[in-house]
Design a protein. Structure first.
Length: 167
């Protein structure tokens, strides 16, 4: 959904389709006049491309991408929705109405914390059996050595004593 700074990196790895609903004012006016819109045409084209690819699963990596659920649902494949956000972010980046309308179309959810899982159950009446809890983290023991080396290099580069306090 939309592009960003990492787009070239993803393009190096494989085919990338960017779904964007950013349209210019002139396109909106023309769409109203003709009864169609560029976004509708783009959605149809993307849906056709996705259907031809014959995917087995749609993995949606945020409530902010709930707009894509209807498009993915057309593929008649299971949808897995990975929720990172608590209620205020769901309201901000997705909207309560869109999120609520997406829930019946999702076969399974991944929550990144107990608080996120609790929010899905309490505020959206999602069955706990539909939610897996998968904590996201970087193991401290794996990065501790790298951090120590980075701190040493930084202190050396800045000509600071190795025991200097850095904020």
């Amino acid at each position: 959904k939309n592009d960003g700074d990492l787009l070239p990196d993803f393009q190096e790895l494989g085919k990338v389709m960017v779904w964007s609903r950013k349209i210019q004012i002139i396109e909106k006016l023309l769409g109203r006049f003709l009864g169609t819109s560029k976004k509708d045409a783009f959605d149809k084209k993307l849906s056709k491309q996705l259907k031809q690819s014959k995917y087995d699963l749609a993995y949606i990596n945020s409530s902010a991408s709930c707009e894509l659920i209807d498009l993915m649902r057309e593929l008649q494949i299971p949808i897995l929705l990975h929720i990172h956000e608590l209620e205020i972010a769901i309201k901000t980046y997705c909207g309560t109405a869109l999120f609520e309308s997406s829930i019946p179309k999702v076969q399974h959810f991944i929550a990144v914390s107990q608080a996120v899982k609790y929010n899905l159950i309490q505020n959206h009446d999602i069955d706990s059996r539909q939610i897996d809890l998968v904590y996201e983290f970087v193991p401290h023991h794996q990065i501790a050595k790298v951090q120590e080396q980075t701190d040493f290099d930084l202190r050396t580069q800045l000509a600071l004593p190795q025991d200097a306090f850095i904020v």
